[in-house]
Write a protein that binds this ligand. Structure first.
Ligand SMILES: [Zn+2]
Length: 341
């Protein structure tokens, strides 16, 4: 029997046998409010137990090519990439896409930490499919799927920032096969401009043309629009907003977030420090040279040693759980989902 939660609800007289009395139950507003309060307290206690901190920082890792013979520090070997993923598993991370991150849809188990894996420039070393649609060995996608299969709960998802290169495919049909494969397998397709130009030196019209052209191409091939954009070279246009939304001759674009190229973990999407116009990423690289402090190995060590700074999930995608102390940093539009403890 369903009980109303508003006002006084009489729950029908039970018609019994001869001589039985009708029983009437009432649920008052106060009772209902108390139940909601108790449920919230139980959620807050569970969040406290796993030290949930959904206003903490999120590493957004930036990859380029995954190749056996790296040409530069931007490349990663298949072995190193696999080791990176295995470290993320050990450290309790679960991948989410850039689109999920910027829109605050972070659905991972309690006590786990989100990580965003991003791949720039749509290189065939990231994704190449055989004629039956199976990823070729040692591509980024094949390695990610393999590590996920061996570690249940580690989601095989990532975001691919594409240019007109489209994973080395020149035929429209092959480009469509590749983008549709990504879409069908839960991967996220982002915008990286048509010609990989430095937007910092371009006019508003040129910026809009570069971005709108890829939006249109992804839309035509895979029937979806990129939710986010990664700036080539991390270079912002003269007005940062031009990268977020605008209109070119091939239509309009409206992103929920724009990613830079360096050099720190990113704020949670629920904090006031989150800026959709310039979200930092971390280059995937060992501790050496410039990377001794500012690339992935160094930052993952730092987050491990500073667990109070890291985003930890309460396991409920609907709530934003955090220690009360952090309340002033909550973004206004998330107050309805707040679960302070
Ligand atoms: Zn690039």
């Amino acid at each position: 029997m369903r009980l109303g939660v508003l006002g006084l609800v009489a729950v029908g007289a039970i018609v019994g046998g001869c001589g039985s009395q009708p029983a009437v139950q009432t649920v008052s507003k106060a009772d209902a409010a108390m139940k909601v309060q108790q449920a919230k307290q139980a959620k807050a206690a569970a969040a406290a137990k796993v030290k949930a901190n959904e206003l903490g920082q999120v590493p957004v890792l930036m990859y380029h090519r995954i190749v056996k013979n790296p040409g530069s520090d931007d490349d990663r070997t298949p072995e190193k990439f696999r080791a990176d993923l295995e470290r993320l598993v050990r450290d309790g991370y679960v991948p989410i896409t850039a689109a999920e991150y910027v829109t605050g849809k972070i659905g991972i188990p309690a006590g786990k930490h989100p990580v965003v894996l991003t791949f720039d420039d749509s290189s065939p070393s990231q994704l190449a499919l055989d004629d039956l649609g199976v990823p070729r060995a040692d591509t980024a996608v094949a390695i990610l799927q393999d590590v996920a299969a061996k570690n249940p709960g580690f989601r095989p998802v990532a975001t691919f920032y594409v240019t007109r290169d489209m994973f080395g495919k020149s035929l429209k049909e092959e480009q469509a096969q590749t983008l549709l494969w990504l879409k069908d397998n839960g991967f996220d397709i982002g915008n990286h401009t048509r010609d990989h130009v430095n937007l910092g030196t371009r006019s508003q019209k040129e910026v809009a043309e570069q971005i709108a052209a890829i939006r249109q191409q992804v839309h035509a091939l895979a029937s979806q629009d990129p939710v986010t954009l990664a700036l080539p070279y991390g270079s912002q246009p003269r007005k940062k907003e031009w990268a977020l939304r605008g209109k070119g001759s091939e239509g309009a674009y409206n992103h929920s977030g724009v990613f830079l190229a360096g050099y720190t973990p990113a704020p949670a999407p629920y904090t006031r420090t989150f800026d959709p116009l310039g979200i930092p990423r971390i280059k995937a690289m060992d501790k050496k040279g410039d990377c001794s402090q500012f690339c992935s190995t160094a930052w993952l060590d730092w987050l491990k040693n500073n667990p109070d700074m890291r985003f930890t999930s309460d396991g409920d995608a609907e709530t934003v759980a955090f220690p009360k102390f952090k309340a002033p940093f909550l973004r206004k539009n998330f107050t309805g989902r707040a679960l302070p403890y």
